[in-house]
Structure formats: C-alpha cells, structure tokens
Ligand binder design. Sequence first.
Ligand SMILES: *[C@@H]1O[C@H](CO)[C@@H](O)[C@H](O)[C@H]1NC(C)=O
Ligand SMILES: *[C@@H]1O[C@H](CO)[C@@H](O)[C@H](O)[C@H]1NC(C)=O
Ligand SMILES: *[C@@H]1O[C@H](CO)[C@@H](O)[C@H](O)[C@H]1NC(C)=O
Ligand SMILES: *[C@@H]1O[C@H](CO)[C@@H](O)[C@H](O)[C@H]1NC(C)=O
Ligand SMILES: *[C@@H]1O[C@H](CO)[C@@H](O)[C@H](O)[C@H]1NC(C)=O
Ligand SMILES: *[C@@H]1O[C@H](CO)[C@@H](O)[C@H](O)[C@H]1NC(C)=O
Ligand SMILES: *[C@@H]1O[C@H](CO)[C@@H](O)[C@H](O)[C@H]1NC(C)=O
Ligand SMILES: *[C@@H]1O[C@H](CO)[C@@H](O)[C@H](O)[C@H]1NC(C)=O
Length: 379
Amino acid sequence: MLFTSVLAGLALAGAASARVEDLPRHLRLAYRDLVNTTSTNGNNASLPKIVYFGTGGTIAGSSGSATAVTGYQAGALGVQTLIDAVPEIINITNIIGIQFANVASDQMNTTLTMQLSRNISEYLAADDVVGAVVSHGTDTLEETAIMLDLTIKSDKPVVIVGAMRPATAISADGPYNLLQAVSLATYPGAAGRGTMITLNDRIGSAFYTTKTNPRSLDTFKAYEQGYLGNFVGATPRFWYEPAKVLNKPYFDVTNFTTLPHVAILYAYEDMALDVPLVSAAIASGVKGLVIAGSGDGGTDSTWNRQFQSLCANASVAMVVSTRTGDGSDAPDGDSSPTISANSLNPEKAKIMLQLSLAKNGYNITAIKKDFDSDYPTLG
Ligand SMILES: *[C@@H]1O[C@H](CO)[C@@H](O)[C@H](O)[C@H]1NC(C)=O
Ligand SMILES: *[C@@H]1O[C@H](CO)[C@@H](O)[C@H](O)[C@H]1NC(C)=O
Ligand SMILES: *[C@@H]1O[C@H](CO)[C@@H](O)[C@H](O)[C@H]1NC(C)=O
Ligand SMILES: *[C@@H]1O[C@H](CO)[C@@H](O)[C@H](O)[C@H]1NC(C)=O
Ligand SMILES: *[C@@H]1O[C@H](CO)[C@@H](O)[C@H](O)[C@H]1NC(C)=O
Ligand SMILES: *[C@@H]1O[C@H](CO)[C@@H](O)[C@H](O)[C@H]1NC(C)=O
Ligand SMILES: *[C@@H]1O[C@H](CO)[C@@H](O)[C@H](O)[C@H]1NC(C)=O
Ligand SMILES: *[C@@H]1O[C@H](CO)[C@@H](O)[C@H](O)[C@H]1NC(C)=O
C-alpha cells in the first residue's frame, strides 16, 4: 500500500518534475542526513546524483590485522565511513548514502532484497537521480544482483559492488571498487544494461556473473557470456552497445513481502540413498525444488523417478540446473514435467523460481516461459 501510494503520488506530481526533494518524507530524510554528515568536501549539487545503499560485507569489513583476509568481521564499517575513505567520490557524484543493513552475505535473504529493490526503484523514480550503487558481501552478491535485475524496471544503471579483502587489509580492493561502481552509476553509457556487478576492474551482467573462487580478487566471472566491459582507472569502457538478456522477464514485487519457499538439491553418485531428503524438503513446505544436476542436469534414475513422483503429488515445481558451474541445460520440451534452468546456475535459478511461483502459482507452462528467457523455445 505504501508503495502504491508513493508511486501514485509521484505520478500525480508529474514524473517530469519529480526530484529528490519531492519524494516521500523517509527518502528526503535520508537525503538530508547525508547532506548534513557528508565529509570533508561536502556534496557538489551540480554533479549527477546517485543513491548508494550500503548493506555490509567484506567491503565494510574490519580486522585487527592488516594481513588477515579471512576470519574478519564483515559489515563493521558504516556507509559514511566507506564514502569518506574515497574522497574522489564527492568529485564525480552528488551521492545519497543509505545504510540499508550492515551484515555479512549469509544474513541477506529475499525479504530484505525485495525491500532493497523497492527502495532503489523509489529513488530511481526521481528525475534527478541517475543511478544506484549497492555494496554487498560477495558470497551471495550474485543472488541479490539477479533479484535486482529481475525486479527493477528502470533503465538507469544499478551497480552492485563488493570487495574480497576487508577495509583493514593491505591492498584492500574495496575503495577502488567503490569508486568504479559510483563512476559506472553516473556514466551515461551504462543505461539500459540491467543490473551490473563490478569488482576487480570488470563489469559483468547480474544475470550471468557468478563467484568462481572463494578468495581471489579475480573471482566474478561469466565464462560463457563474458564481461560487458572494464575500467580505465575509474572510467568505464563498454565493449558493446547497451544490451539486455534476451526476453528477460520482469517481476513486480511491490506487494510481496515473502516469496514461496524453494530449496536446492545437489546431485552426486549414491544419491539414490537420499530420496528421504526430497521427502523432508516437501514435508518442510517447499513449493519448488532446484536440482544442481551432474552434467546436463543428470541425476540417478531411481532417485529421479521418486523425485518426480513425490513432487508431482505435492504440486512442487521441479527446476533442473547444473552443478558444473557453467553452460546451460538443454531446454525441456513443453510436455516435460521438469523445467530447465537454461543458463541460470542453481542459486540464481532458485530466485527466478521463487519470483515465478509468486507470480504464476503452480503453472508449469508459465514458469517455463520465465526460465526460457535466454533460450526461447516456447515462442
Ligand atoms: C541539517 O541538520 C539541521 C539540524 O538538524 C537542519 O536544520 C538542516 O536543515 C539540515 N540541513 C539540510 C541540508 O538538510
Ligand atoms: C562542482 O562540480 C562542477 C562540475 O564538475 C565543477 O565545475 C565545480 O568546480 C565543482 N565545485 C566544487 C566546489 O568542487
Ligand atoms: C576534487 O576536485 C577539486 C577541484 O578540481 C580538487 O582540488 C581536489 O583535489 C579533488 N579531490 C580529490 C580527492 O580528487
Ligand atoms: C530475512 O531477515 C530479516 C531480518 O533479519 C527477517 O526479519 C526476515 O524474516 C528474514 N526473511 C527470511 C525469508 O528469512
Ligand atoms: C525502504 O523501504 C522500507 C519499506 O519497505 C521503508 O520502511 C524504508 O524507510 C525504506 N528505506 C529507504 C532508505 O528508502
Ligand atoms: C498491489 O496492491 C495494490 C493494492 O491492493 C493493487 O492496487 C496493485 O495492483 C498491486 N500491484 C501489483 C503489481 O499486483
Ligand atoms: C500425496 O500427497 C498427499 C497430500 O496431498 C499425501 O497425503 C500423500 O501422502 C502423498 N503421497 C505420496 C506417495 O507422497
Ligand atoms: C498458465 O500459464 C499459461 C501461460 O502464461 C496461461 O496461458 C494459462 O492460462 C495458465 N493456466 C492457468 C490454469 O492459469
């Protein structure tokens, strides 16, 4: 209700004249806070305005040792500290900093990321806000990233950034990553590309990019689809004209506070012994299950027969992804009871399935359409 009235209010005020000053009270207050507390130089009103949501993670991490890159406290430093650590930011943008949360990746969930999506959309509705930046723990960054990519309608750039080394480490990567993220969010050529992930001088699509290594700086990759661009210093450089994932679905989360429960099951030799895991998942109330299949979605045939029959009986949607970390599963035909995740890895497929179930209920044809975005087989 709150959001509908907010959006209706903006529409009445006339979208063309909406500025941050015209936004609802809670948004203006956050903006004022920042104007009042921002650092050293102060914000420069003639620069492009962006909104920056800090959520915690390693980029805001603190350790007693300058050499520790594990075992530190994630989400220890506030958004203002992060902005102050990079004074160059104030020279490229008039930044609105908001402390959305200050937690490690493992504390983020879809209730929070849907709220983040709505908060970002509210700010992007203002004409004078040109883009948004989110800083996030890297472990589940790709899940929040695809949530934002699937639920924010604006063409304005949304950039999600993290760091692999805590702020207290020698050669901490956070400050430069943040400067690049802010620069990307203000860059006119960044519009119309969906949500982007940036770390380690690279720009990737939120839809495809995944964390490939638990510690190295060069961890966010989409082996098959590649990067959208990179940076020369803090200046973005794109390889292609603005492009979006083919037929990417959009989900309106205005009215969702929680999503249907979906779990992920992993394939391995001997999994026939573990059919009870399927029964346990169903007993816990899942509405969908994603399989991290071996190879092209493979599972033990005995397990698979029982899995399909248990799920069909309980009206649980079955999505098949791959545990290989790359590539896409062969599309399922229209009549198959299972749904191919296509190019989405299991954790991204889980978010897509939750959103699709929330929108369509248990309608396998409709869910297949959402998953067939980058490999349309249903026309
Ligand atoms: C800064 O805070 C003071 C005191 O709360 C307030 O009077 C002033 O309007 C604020 N400045 C801006 C730009 O919001
Ligand atoms: C504000 O930004 C404009 C545009 O880049 C620049 O010309 C001006 O010098 C800046 N003002 C301050 C006080 O830094
Ligand atoms: C910001 O810009 C001003 C004016 O060009 C310059 O004097 C100052 O050194 C810049 N600050 C940083 C941190 O780059
Ligand atoms: C997500 O976290 C928030 C805050 O800790 C909590 O209130 C909410 O219930 C959680 N949602 C889910 C789906 O776990
Ligand atoms: C974000 O949205 C929630 C409601 O979903 C609202 O209570 C909160 O004030 C918003 N925060 C900001 C900074 O816009
Ligand atoms: C959200 O709820 C409001 C009020 O019930 C309704 O008018 C609106 O159409 C809903 N939006 C969506 C996308 O379902
Ligand atoms: C099928 O589902 C019903 C509830 O809808 C349940 O009572 C029954 O035990 C299930 N049968 C099997 C074989 O899982
Ligand atoms: C299921 O979804 C399809 C495709 O969106 C739609 O044509 C069909 O009417 C839906 N079926 C039901 C029972 O809602």
